[in-house]
Design a protein around this ligand. Structure first.
Ligand code: CO
Length: 132
């Protein structure tokens, strides 16, 4: 099933012509509830959270179940994002919206796997999500 939000996230990551020729929707491994960063105050109190502080993802390795949503929250002034190399979303890198201080970004993981990620402006910032 492809939700409207998934469709928008893919359209943001790919040239329209690529989609038209491949149409590989079944490979979608994530759903993005919101393409844009949201206020950290909107993160549910019982959410699975990875805090970003001191130029690090504070949970280097996070294990979740398929279908669960991870919220990244930036707690410092330096902007950060969450980016995945190709393979998570078809054949392109996936870049989450840049997070200012006290902003959050959510990704729902639909399939099992190990997903390494990094911060685009700071590639030394690395961590992983393991989906069981
Ligand atoms: Co960063």
């Amino acid at each position: 099933m492809i939700s409207a939000t998934t469709l928008r996230s893919v359209l943001g990551a790919f040239a329209l012509s690529t989609i038209a020729t491949t149409g590989a929707w079944a490979q979608e491994k994530i759903t993005v509830p919101s393409e844009e960063a949201v206020a950290a105050t909107e993160v549910p109190t019982d959410a699975i959270v990875v805090n970003i502080e001191k130029m690090k993802f504070q949970t280097p390795e996070l294990t979740i179940k398929a279908g669960e949503t991870v919220y990244w929250v930036n707690n410092e002034v330096m902007p950060h994002n969450v980016a995945f190399k190709k393979g998570l979303v078809q054949e392109s890198e996936f870049r989450g919206d840049m997070l200012s201080k006290d902003e959050a970004y959510a990704i729902t993981f639909n399939e099992a796997g190990t997903f390494d990620y990094f911060c685009t402006p700071h590639p030394f910032m690395r961590a992983k999500v393991i989906v069981e």
